[in-house]
Design a protein around this ligand. Structure first.
Ligand SMILES: [Fe+2]
Ligand SMILES: [Fe+2]
Length: 253
């Protein structure tokens, strides 16, 4: 029964009241320390993008340290604040390249497919031709009898949070058409919205991770677009034998 810890949007390097990024780094460290101290096992930690705030090499150098875990596999994808060249060099130890960062991870009993929904220089998201083709081929080759989840940064549906709905995933019908061809898929996991949210997409459950660095305000909450006084949170996704996704949320204090 695979269990994934899912965190998102650590935005390392985000300056808050002139702190030079100290708050963002402290929050990310707090969440990773919480996961490293869990008494029981989990299968992987999933980080769905906006790892750096400005995409600078020094932010990825910090991320490589903050996200290093002695206990857990840590699986990543970029977000709109990330820069592919620096991300590749700093986090993956690869040659800098502007190609989308798409990765397949085969865990015991679970296939995790992570796609790059960033559009260089833009806040909204899109799975480009290369990524859509890769996603379709990768899921076609993956074992049909092993459940799979797909993860990318930008939510593909409106979450009724105007601040993030304006910069959600574009051309989502093309993504849905690909996902519908692969019956081993059990869920879509996203970040970007800085709010723990649950919806549906392509007839699959869609789970949006809470933000680590901040929380997006909702219209009926009547406050600011971005809330900095909410604590960091993490989601735990459990996929049971029947392929049903259960998600728990934990405040990390
Ligand atoms: Fe973000
Ligand atoms: Fe984002």
């Amino acid at each position: 029964m695979p269990v994934l810890a899912h965190l998102s949007d650590i935005h390392l390097g985000q300056d808050h009241d002139g702190d030079g990024g100290a708050r963002a780094e402290a929050r990310a460290r707090q969440v990773m320390a919480h996961l490293d101290a869990l008494p029981g096992p989990i299968d992987a930690v999933l980080v769905t993008g906006d790892i750096a705030d400005h995409g600078r090499p020094e932010e990825y150098a910090a991320a490589a340290k903050v996200l290093a875990s002695d206990r857990h596999r840590v699986l990543l994808c970029p977000g709109n604040h990330d820069v592919r060249e620096a991300y590749r060099a700093g986090l993956l130890g690869e040659e800098p390249s502007a190609a989308p960062v798409n990765r397949l991870h085969e865990l015991p009993g679970l296939t995790v497919v992570m796609c790059d929904s960033s559009v260089p220089g833009r806040p909204e998201g899109r799975l480009d031709e290369e990524t859509l083709g890769w996603l379709d081929r990768t899921l076609s080759r993956a074992r049909r009898d092993v459940p799979a989840v797909v993860a990318f940064h930008h939510p593909p549906v409106e979450l009724h949070a105007p601040f993030v709905d304006a910069i959600r995933l574009q051309d989502e019908a093309r993504v849905a058409a690909v996902l519908r061809c692969h019956p081993q898929l059990r869920a879509v996991l996203c970040g970007h919205a800085h709010t723990a949210a649950v919806s549906r997409f392509a007839n699959l459950p869609l789970a949006v991770a809470p933000g680590v660095v901040s929380t997006v305000g909702l219209p009926w909450e009547g406050g600011a677009d971005i809330l900095f006084d909410q604590p960091p949170m993490v989601a735990f996704h459990v996929l049971d034998e029947g392929g049903r996704l259960t998600t728990h949320h934990r405040v990390v204090v």
